[in-house]
Design a protein around this ligand. Structure first.
Ligand SMILES: Cc1cc2nc3c(=O)[nH]c(=O)nc-3n(C[C@H](O)[C@H](O)[C@H](O)COP(=O)(O)OP(=O)(O)OC[C@H]3O[C@@H](n4cnc5c(N)ncnc54)[C@H](O)[C@@H]3O)c2cc1C
Length: 461
């Protein structure tokens, strides 16, 4: 329990200003992008690794729960104090410490916002590809801990693919480094990768080392409009078969199109079944050739219209609709649950049809957005969490979806993580041997169980 005496010890580390305990402050940190809320007992804002280490030493000595938090955009309650205790918010550790152009890497504090990393390296002719929809607010450590993906996964991979190393503070308060800034490194177990996607359950990230790419010289955006969602799916498959790898390949299904149009009034076609939004990037010659080829595929496989941008400004205009999706979907019903199952790309059309069919059968309004190129789709369950009967139907629909996804070799989470939201599906996907090994790993890092307690391993039964 967080007694006055222990709170005093913690306040001595960060000072009164960076230790929040008022109801107003605690409520602010009691939710993320998931449905449930959990009140912490205090929120601390460390500024240095040494402060984090001292906080953890105190927490470990007194058995106080600590939940790390970046910007709280997590979709699964990962950043919430599910068992009370302290929320350790990293938003004030937000400096870019180094951008090394000779060796193409950057060293970042955990609370740096991903878009700020992208902007800073862009000015130097470099490129940090991971691009979650929440890029303007999500922190680098938050994206490491969820192994965030996003729009460019199809060509450039996910956060894990750019992570070189970490500085972390263990639950005991000890500081540890993993990885190096070199491309090659096989010294011992790969603790960097173990940490990546661990949802703040093993250690606290205090420094992130990421690799950078040279910036692509140019980019073009295509928008293809379809009367049949199957045709959009076939186009995606055919682009792949032809060996073309676009930088992004996003699909919006008709309920999403309607919600965005109602929200942003962009002149989207309300009678369309699907829109594909495709970016091709690279050098000028390749981009011209590939965008013409992609446009041809879209038409050949059923697009009724294809728009090809002619400038950076037009690229942005075409993307404006996609960027409005999160806000737009939130307006449709009081509750918007976002799934992120992933299937092998050849099953994508089947998966989309499945979710629409399951929704209809259970009388639940569903809609689909997909990072179509990598098989990662985001079904929206649009409902009202105050209506118990409706939420039971949502649960049944979700279960059916999970069964389908696993039956075709997919995963229950492509990028949002498990948290408390999807823990109940984990035994189905991983099995008990795997889960027990994960519990042993957790126990080695955190024998007292003080770091992010109540997370996925405890619910995966
Ligand atoms: C509108 C919207 C769009 C989104 N789009 C995408 C998308 O396209 N792709 C995608 O992958 N995700 C997406 N997300 C989900 C979310 O933005 C990502 O998971 C993001 O990585 C979370 O970053 P954050 O800073 O908000 O972290 P938080 O939500 O604060 O935390 C995420 C997890 O990391 C842990 N954590 C945070 N900081 C630390 C630290 N310093 N040390 C240890 N653990 C830590 C937390 O405990 C938690 O488990 C979206 C979310 C929203 C709301």
């Amino acid at each position: 329990m967080l007694t006055k005496e222990i709170l005093k010890l913690l306040t001595d580390v960060v000072g009164e200003e960076r230790c929040k305990t008022s109801d107003e402050d605690l409520i602010t940190y009691s939710y993320d992008a998931y449905l449930q809320e959990f009140m912490p007992d205090a929120v601390l804002f460390p500024k240095t690794t040494d402060e984090v280490s001292r906080i953890m030493t105190i927490a470990s000595t007194h058995g106080i729960s600590v939940t790390p938090r970046g910007s709280g955009t997590c979709m699964t309650a990962g950043s919430l104090a599910k068992k009370g205790g302290i929320v350790l918010c990293f938003s004030m550790m937000n400096r870019i410490l180094e951008i090394n152009t000779a060796n193409r890497y950057a060293v970042l504090e955990p609370g740096v916002v991903v878009a700020d990393v992208q902007k800073a390296v862009d000015g130097l002719g470099l490129f940090y590809p991971p691009d979650p929809g929440s890029v303007a607010v999500a922190t680098i450590a938050g994206t490491v801990m969820t192994n965030a993906g996003g729009m460019r996964g199809i060509k450039y991979g996910v956060t894990r693919d750019y992570l070189l190393g970490l500085e972390v503070v263990l639950p005991s308060g000890e500081v540890m480094n993993t990885g190096t800034v070199t491309r090659k490194d096989v010294a011992g177990y790969d603790l960097t990768r173990l940490m990546c996607g661990s949802e703040g359950t093993l250690a606290l990230v205090t420094k992130v080392f990421v690799r950078l790419l040279p910036k692509p010289k140019t980019k073009r955006t295509l928008e293809a409009i379809y009367d049949h969602i199957e045709d959009a799916g076939t186009t995606v498959a055919k682009i792949f078969e032809a060996g073309i790898i676009p930088a992004t390949l996003e699909l919006m299904e008709k309920t999403v199109i309607k919600a965005v149009e109602d929200f942003a009034h962009m002149g989207l076609p309300l009678d369309a079944e699907a829109i594909l939004l495709i970016d091709v990037d690279g050098d000028q010659e390749n981009v011209e050739r590939q965008s013409a080829q992609v446009a041809e595929f879209c038409k050949k496989y059923g697009a009724r219209e294809v728009h090809l941008s002619g400038s950076e400004k037009e690229n942005e205009q075409l993307w404006a609709a996609r960027r409005s999706v999160a806000g737009a979907m939130g307006r449709v019903r009081p509750t918007c649950i976002v799934e992120d199952s992933t299937v092998p790309v050849s099953f994508l059309t089947e998966a989309i049809k499945k979710i629409l069919e399951v929704g209809k059968r259970h009388n639940v309004l569903t809609a689909v957005l997909a990072h179509a190129g990598d098989g990662n789709f985001h079904p929206f369950f649009l409902c009202d969490q105050r209506d118990e009967e409706e939420m039971k139907r949502v649960e049944m629909a979700k279960h059916e979806l999970v069964d389908f996804v696993l039956s075709v070799g997919g995963t229950v989470s492509g990028e949002h993580g498990i948290g408390i939201y999807k823990a109940k599906y984990l035994p189905k996907q991983l099995g008990s041997v795997s889960l027990n090994l994960m519990r042993s790993v957790k126990n080695s890092f955190d024998p007292k169980g003080i770091l992010n307690p109540g997370s996925f391993l405890e619910h995966a039964i």
